[in-house]
Design a protein around this ligand. Structure first.
Ligand code: MTE
Ligand code: MO
Length: 526
């Protein structure tokens, strides 16, 4: 004896929502497992996350970096998971009454995952669709099975739905999905262990051309000033990678090709390490750095000269009749960064770097090989996790950031920053002057002068730290005989060509912020 299913109770509806979430969990677990085999970045969550990052307006991106700092990507992935859980619960509810519509919904989510994965710039094969396809199929099957327990017609004497069967099946799904997630994690970590092992095994060669020792006077004895060399762990990080690529140096290759390169050339890491290795101090800066911001750091890089390597591949700069004016660097995660060929071949220390402050590049900073070009913002020069270099023209190709509103070419603008005192500091006016100090940078032009102004007073020369080179920042200090009251301290630098840093305020978009950094402080009597 059977009866038509009565309207679902509150409990049934809760269980149906749970069914949706469990089916989603199972689907994501299977997708993650398939992604380990196909390509980790092709998993639905990383792929959708990357697609969101790409389509996020620069202003929102800057806000996210400022608000969440280095966890901005974790926050994004968490947000995607929460949203998915809500949708899954909704589809579970829908499945109670309209199973076909709910299954179509799962299919739609799967299609979104596929679309995100195959339209990634680093996607090279249709195989990237597999994780989302497998995930959606699994989720649909699980939803079907679980909901059947809640809607199956029952003998009149029995409870209206098979809740016991549902809970058993649900527990099974949860356990299976958890097991699959762990398996995916451990398989994924085997791969990243290979990468980690290749990094620990890397012995950095001695430079044939070492960097001169940092002059002792480059680091001023002032508390609160940024260290002259930024330790790797404190070095700012800016990139679009949700998952830091962990590249195995043993299988890494660099391809050099394009217009003016007669024959495609491929280099392995040992081949680069055997070349003439140079060591240089270079200060890196991000175009998204606001006036007074912290997206700038100075490191000692070890690598090979890019000009020599390119020349060996047949490349001539435009000034020597070469057909390509743009060098497009591609990374393993699909980033593209365009740099003027003229700049990297004009004699400056443009490097393919594998060492940073005495150790192999950290994964977050581009292991095994990245570009570093003195004088250009990172987004037009400093490609991390480098995989190829293509010679082309600015007319023929827009690199990643260009269609997003950033300039195709962007030399670093002269900037100076007050590190100490901190904004809104309360200082007691003692007998000794207060050290107002910080850093100034104008890479490849050098810093020749720094001046400080108190309130609307005259510009006064600050004492400069010794110059390490014109590609690095320079420390400065002004000993200020502070008087009680509220004061505004402002700094400006002059570059090596004699040009004074402009006080005109410009936004970071499209080619770097300008304006003067100032700090308000309160000085009290003893
Ligand atoms: N592959 C890749 N390389 C990249 C980026 C990126 O998003 N992906 N960001 C660039 C930007 S905008 C900057 S400022 C520098 C930052 O380098 P860092 O993270 O080592 O400080 O890397 C550049 N290289
Ligand atoms: Mo940047």
């Amino acid at each position: 004896m059977t009866a038509a299913p009565p309207p679902p109770t509150r409990t049934d509806r809760l269980l149906a929502a749970l069914a949706g979430i469990l089916a989603g969990y199972g689907g994501l677990a299977v997708a993650a497992l398939v992604a380990v085999v196909v390509r980790p970045e092709a998993g639905p969550v990383p792929a959708v996350g990357d697609a969101v990052v790409d389509r996020t307006p620069a202003g929102v991106k800057d806000w996210a970096i400022r608000t969440f700092g280095e966890s901005d990507k974790a926050v994004l992935e968490f947000g995607i998971l929460v949203l998915l859980a809500l949708i899954a619960a909704g589809l579970g509810l829908l499945a109670l009454r309209r199973r076909a519509a709910a299954l179509a919904g799962v299919g739609l989510l799967g299609a979104l995952g596929v679309l995100a994965a195959v339209t990634r710039p680093d996607s090279t094969s249709a195989g990237d669709a597999l994780p989302s396809l497998a995930g959606a199929a699994t989720a649909a099957a699980l939803l079907y099975v679980l909901i059947a327990r809640l809607t199956r017609p029952r003998p009149a004497a029995a409870p209206r739905t098979d809740r016991r069967g549902f809970l058993l099946a649900g527990a099974g799904v949860a356990a299976g999905a958890t097991a699959a997630t762990f398996l995916a994690r451990s398989l994924g970590s085997t791969r990243s262990e290979h990468a980690a092992a290749s990094r620990s095994a890397l012995r950095l060669p001695r430079p044939a051309s070492p960097a001169p020792a940092v002059p002792p006077g480059a680091q001023l004895p002032v508390e609160g000033i940024s260290p002259f060399v930024t330790p790797n762990k404190d070095f700012y990080r800016v990139d679009t990678a949700l998952v830091v690529p962990r590249v195995d140096a043993d299988t890494w290759k660099l391809r050099i090709h394009g217009s003016g390169v007669p024959q495609v050339r491929v280099f392995t890491l040992p081949e680069l390490l055997r070349r003439e290795v140079v060591e240089r101090d270079i200060t890196l800066a991000c175009v998204s750095n606001e006036v007074g911001g912290s997206l700038v750091g100075n490191a000692r890089w070890l690598g090979v000269r890019l000009d020599g390597l390119l020349r060996e591949c047949g490349v001539r700069p435009p000034s020597r009749g070469g057909p390509a004016d743009q060098l497009v660097a591609r990374s393993v995660d699909g980033m593209t960064i365009g740099t003027p060929v003229e700049d990297v071949m004009d004699g400056r220390d443009a490097l393919l770097a594998f060492g940073m402050n005495g150790e192999p590049l950290p994964f977050a900073h581009g292991f095994p090989v990245r570009m570093v070009v003195p004088g250009l913002y990172g987004y037009v020069s400093a490609c991390k996790w480098l995989s190829s270099l293509e010679l082309t023209t600015f007319a023929a190709y827009d690199a990643y950031w260009v269609p997003r509103g950033w300039s195709a070419q962007a030399p670093i603008k002269t900037q100076s920053r007050i590190d100490t005192p901190r904004p809104l500091a309360r200082i007691t006016a003692g007998t000794r002057p207060v050290a107002v100090a910080g850093v100034a940078w104008a890479q490849h032009r050098g810093v020749s002068r720094v001046q400080v102004r108190v309130d609307d007073g005259p510009w006064q020369d600050a004492e400069l730290g010794a110059e390490d080179g014109r590609d690095t920042w320079r420390q400065w200090v002004h000993r200020w005989p502070a008087t009680p009251g509220k004061h505004t301290l402002t700094v400006r630098a002059t570059d090596g060509t004699g040009a004074v840093q402009t006080d005109r305020r410009a936004d970071v978009m499209p080619d770097g912020a300008t304006g003067l950094h100032s700090v308000k402080v309160t000085v009290t009597e003893d």
